[in-house]
Design a protein around this ligand. Structure first.
Ligand code: AMP
Length: 191
């Protein structure tokens, strides 16, 4: 039986992970797991977890590892018939990457590849401010918060690339150009 396709879609805030996930969900019939979306749903439902995460999110800070790992654990079990997953915005720390490997390995699965969208900082900031004008996401409206998210990405999240590079699972993708061009680059990398 063919192994499931489990993709980590990586990149700084504003790299286009959400946009490109939509194509991958359709084409490969994968389940999209975005910890940002899951946290925003908790926040909108005003659950204790959502209320706890809210302040960190609006300041552009990371939510605790055990919280996001717990959400991913629940989602993996809830979708145990899936053909595979796209992890979007997760893992964001080395501890999350290690936990993801353990969770998948307990299910007899593994990460197939990390596809990392590469976008320069000024492009990320411009895209996020544009999205902030219509998305209703408060963390996309304030340039100071946007730049802080990018700093945190560089300091805490970018090192996660190394984790997948060491396993031979990393592919960098040029994230500049039209949505269709970037989709084509991703499709080529998936093969
Ligand atoms: P995103 O939608 O991926 O841009 O995430 C929005 C916000 O949710 C981030 O700025 C963090 O505050 C929080 N968040 C999302 N995913 C994670 C994660 N894997 N680890 C920690 N915090 C996260």
């Amino acid at each position: 039986m063919r192994k499931k396709l489990n993709i980590v879609l990586f990149g700084p805030p504003g790299a286009g992970k959400g946009t490109q996930s939509e194509f991958m969900i359709k084409r490969y019939k994968l389940v999209h797991l975005s910890t940002g979306d899951l946290l925003r749903a908790e926040k909108d439902a005003e659950t204790p977890l959502g209320l706890q995460a809210q302040e960190l999110m609006s300041n552009g800070l990371l939510v605790a590892d055990d919280i996001v790992i717990g959400m991913i654990r629940n989602a993996l079990h809830a979708h145990n018939k899936a053909k595979g997953f796209i992890f979007d915005g997760f893992p964001r720390t080395q501890a999350q990457a290690e936990a993801l490997d353990e969770l998948l390995s307990a299910l007899g699965e593994e990460i197939s590849m990390m596809l990392a969208l590469e976008v320069p900082e000024e492009e990320s900031v411009a895209r996020l401010l544009k999205r902030g004008a219509t998305s209703g996401r408060s963390d996309d409206k304030d340039e100071t918060v946007i730049r802080k998210r990018i700093r945190i990405y560089e300091e805490e999240t970018a090192p996660v690339k190394r984790y997948y590079q060491d396993k031979g699972k990393y592919t960098g993708i040029d994230g500049l150009g039209s949505i269709e061009d970037i989709t084509a680059r991703l499709a080529k990398a998936i093969g």
